[in-house]
Write a protein that binds this ligand. Structure first.
Ligand code: AOF
Ligand code: ZN
Length: 359
C-alpha cells in the first residue's frame, strides 16, 4: 500500500512539473517559427531549481536555457529534468541537448512526447538510456505543437481553408469588387489565424480585386507567415500592388519564369501547372508546417476538390447577397462531398465563426 501511494504521488508530481514545462513552452508562441514550443523544469529534492524554454528560432533549446539558469552547473547532478519534448540528438543550430544532460549528470528525464522530427525521433531517448538515465514518457504534450506533429506524422503541412461569407454563402456582392462582410471581432480573430500559420495562400483574382496585404497587424512578428501568390504568369503581375511594399517573404507560384528582376523578398517558383498536390509538395520540401488558404472562390474549390483539407474556418455575416454574387467555392467539381466535423460555433460580435475539422 505504501508503495502504491508513493507511485501515485510520483505520477501527480510528474504531471505537475510537466504542466509547468508546458506553460513555459507557451511563452515562446509565435517566435519559434518552424521549431516546436518547448519548456523545461529542473527539479531536485522536490524543489524546482531552474526553468527555461525555447525563446526563439535559432536560439538555445529549452533544456540548455534551463541549465543556464542554475547558479552552478554542478547542481544538475542527480536532478530530474521535465522537458515537454524529447531532448534532441543532433548537431543543428546548437549541439545535442541529450548529450549535455548526460554530461551534467541528470539522473532522470521526464518527457512530454517523443520528437517526430526524423533528425531526433527516439535517438535522444537512446542517448539518455545508454548513459543509464531513467526515462519516463508522459505522452501528453502533443497539443501544444499540433502542426509541428502533423507535419512530421503526415509529411505535409496542415491545411486550413478560411473565408468570410454572406448568410447565403457568397464571397462578394458584385463580381470584381471587394465586399466588407464581417466586423472588427472577426478581423482580430482572422489575424490570429494568420499568426498560427506559417504560410498564407491566395489566387490571382483575389490579389487583383482585394489588393490585400496578408500581413499580421496584431503583433510584430520576426517570422511572419510567408505570402504565397498563385498566378498564371508572373510577368503579368502588377508590381504596384500593396503586397509588394510589405516586409517578409513572398513566394509567387507561376506557370512562367520571371523575365524581370524581383525585389529581394520575392521568390518565384515556375511549373507548368500548380495542382494542389504540387503546391503541397513544395510546402513540404520547404519545411512549411501549416498553410492558410485565404481564397478566392476558385482556389477554395481546387483545394476542396483535391480532398486535402484539414480544417475549414468559415466566418458568416448577416448580409444576404443573392443570385449574381460569387459563391465561396466555384470551379472544379467534386466526386463526393468532403465530410468535415463541426468543432466549434462561436458568435463574434454580429458574425458567427464555424470551425470544422477532418476527423
Ligand atoms: C527547439 N527547441 O527546445 C528543442 C528542440 O534548428 P535547431 O538546431 O534549433 O533544431 C530544431 C530541432 O531540435 C527541432 O525540430 C526538434 O527536433 C529539436 N528540439 N528544438 O527548437 C527546443 N528541444
Ligand atoms: Zn535540443
Amino acid at each position: 500500500c505504501g508503495v502504491f501511494f508513493s507511485e501515485v504521488s510520483k505520477i501527480t508530481q510528474d504531471q505537475k512539473y510537466m504542466q509547468m514545462a508546458v506553460n513555459l513552452a507557451l511563452l515562446g508562441k509565435y517566435d519559434t517559427w518552424t521549431n516546436p514550443l518547448v519548456g523545461a523544469v529542473i527539479v531536485k529534492n522536490n524543489q524546482v531549481i531552474a526553468t527555461g524554454y525555447h525563446h526563439k528560432f535559432g536560439k538555445e533549446h529549452a533544456e540548455i536555457n534551463a541549465l543556464s539558469h542554475l547558479d552552478q552547473l554542478s547542481q544538475a547532478k542527480g536532478a530530474t529534468i521535465y522537458v515537454s519534448l524529447e531532448p534532441c540528438s543532433h548537431y543543428g543550430k546548437t549541439p545535442p541537448c541529450a548529450r549535455k544532460l548526460v554530461e551534467v549528470g541528470i539522473k532522470r528525464v521526464v518527457v512530454g512526447q517523443l520528437d517526430p522530427n526524423p533528425l531526433v525521433a527516439g535517438k535522444g531517448i537512446q542517448i539518455l538510456k545508454q548513459a543509464g538515465i531513467e526515462i519516463t514518457n508522459l505522452n501528453c504534450t502533443q497539443y501544444i505543437n499540433q502542426t509541428y506533429n502533423f507535419f512530421y506524422n503526415n509529411q505535409r503541412p496542415f491545411i486550413t481553408l478560411k473565408y468570410a461569407m454572406s448568410l447565403d454563402g457568397k464571397l462578394n456582392f458584385q463580381h470584381g469588387q471587394r465586399s466588407i462582410l464581417t466586423g472588427e471581432t472577426v478581423h482580430d480573430d482572422s489575424q490570429r489565424l494568420r499568426m498560427d500559420n506559417q504560410a498564407i495562400l491566395i489566387g490571382e483574382h483575389t490579389l487583383d480585386v482585394d489588393d490585400p496585404l496578408l500581413t499580421v497587424r496584431l503583433k510584430i512578428m520576426e517570422f511572419p507567415p510567408i505570402k504565397i501568390l498563385l498566378v498564371n504568369d508572373v510577368n503579368q503581375i502588377n508590381m504596384g500592388l500593396r503586397i509588394f511594399s510589405t516586409a517578409g517573404s513572398i513566394w509567387i507560384l507561376s506557370k512562367t519564369i520571371s523575365k524581370k528582376k524581383m525585389p529581394k523578398n520575392v521568390r518565384v517558383f515556375a511549373d507548368d501547372s500548380w495542382h494542389v498536390e504540387q503546391i503541397i509538395e513544395l510546402m513540404h520540401d520547404e519545411g512549411i508546417q501549416s498553410l492558410l488558404v485565404e481564397g478566392g472562390s476558385e482556389v477554395q474549390a481546387r483545394f476542396m476538390c483535391s480532398g486535402i483539407v484539414d480544417q475549414i474556418v468559415s466566418y458568416v455575416s448577416g448580409q444576404v447577397f443573392g443570385g449574381t454574387a460569387l459563391p465561396v467555392a466555384k470551379g472544379a467539381g467534386m466526386n463526393k462531398p468532403l465530410k468535415m466535423n463541426i468543432q466549434q460555433v462561436a458568435q463574434l460580435g454580429p458574425d458567427v465563426k464555424i470551425t470544422a475539422r477532418r476527423n
